[in-house]
Design a protein around this ligand. Structure first.
Ligand code: R1P
Ligand code: URA
Length: 235
């Protein structure tokens, strides 16, 4: 057991873990996609489950919202639970008019406005990027399932409710596709711990059109992303 994640001897945390921000999305995936899921942790109601997908053990663990929370859970998974691969399965807001609600984006790199990197004491600006081996597996899964996605730069922000209008347009001007709140911390922890990480997000709202999805839709309807991540996790 680590400080924030319990263990259950019947269901050790698997080598590959899917991480949604929302613990109820973790429960939905476990109940609808995994065989014989067991909830190994409910500390703070941040549920974690292990089951099998196509016969291979896979875990699903809520990360909570924001880089501090993702930083804690991914650190403990990598360092105290033997995890090698983490695939974030999140939601994001689109900055591009050709990337619409319901579509999937993959963070090749995660720009950020956070100071999370101070923990690593690098003498400059670190560029958080995904793991190439996991990206390759996702590409294979994409070809096999026919589920499309767009890969590029995303931004992980500390603030959800920005107060200045059009703040996002300056990120968009630099080719950043979408905003979420955890990938940069995950990528930095993975790099430091010599592990693998990839962030996949379904677009839940568009800064360009103003379209939005409900909390319930964000919890349960983004099943293509879940399938894609599971297929990549068992390769
Ligand atoms: O749906 P999740 O995975 O939580 O991701 C996004 O949604 C939350 C904000 O509503 C933030 O955590 C953001 O990164
Ligand atoms: O972090 C997020 C996630 C979805 N939509 C946003 O606007 N921000």
């Amino acid at each position: 057991m680590s400080l924030h994640i319990a263990v259950d001897h019947r269901a050790p945390v698997a080598e590959s873990v899917l991480m949604p921000g929302d613990p109820l999305r973790a429960q939905f995936i476990a109940e609808n996609f995994l065989d014989n899921p067991i909830r190994y942790s409910e500390i703070r109601n941040m549920y974690g489950y292990t089951g099998t997908y196509k016969g291979v053990p896979v875990s699903v663990q809520g990360s909570g919202m924001g880089m501090p929370s993702m930083g804690i859970y991914s650190w403990e998974l990598y360092n105290e639970h033997g995890v090698e691969n983490i695939i974030r399965i999140g939601t994001a807001g689109s900055f591009r008019e050709d990337i619409n609600v319901g579509e999937i984006v993959v963070g090749l790199a995660a720009s950020t406005d956070s100071n999370f990197q101070h923990a690593f004491d690098v003498p400059g600006q670190y560029s958080p990027c995904c793991s190439y081996p996991l990206l390759n597996k996702l590409q294979e899964a994409g070809k096999e399932t026919g589920i499309p996605f767009t890969a590029g730069n995303i931004v992980s922000c500390d603030v959800f409710y920005e107060t200045t209008e059009d703040w996002w347009k300056r990120w968009a001007r630099m080719g950043v596709m979408a905003v979420e709140m955890e990938a940069a911390a995950l990528y930095m922890n993975a790099a430091y711990c010599r592990k693998n990480a990839l962030a996949i997000m379904t677009i839940s709202d568009s800064f360009v059109t103003g379209e939005k999805t409900t909390a319930e839709e964000r919890q349960t309807t983004f099943t293509d992303m879940m399938k894609l991540a599971l297929e990549a996790a068992v390769k």
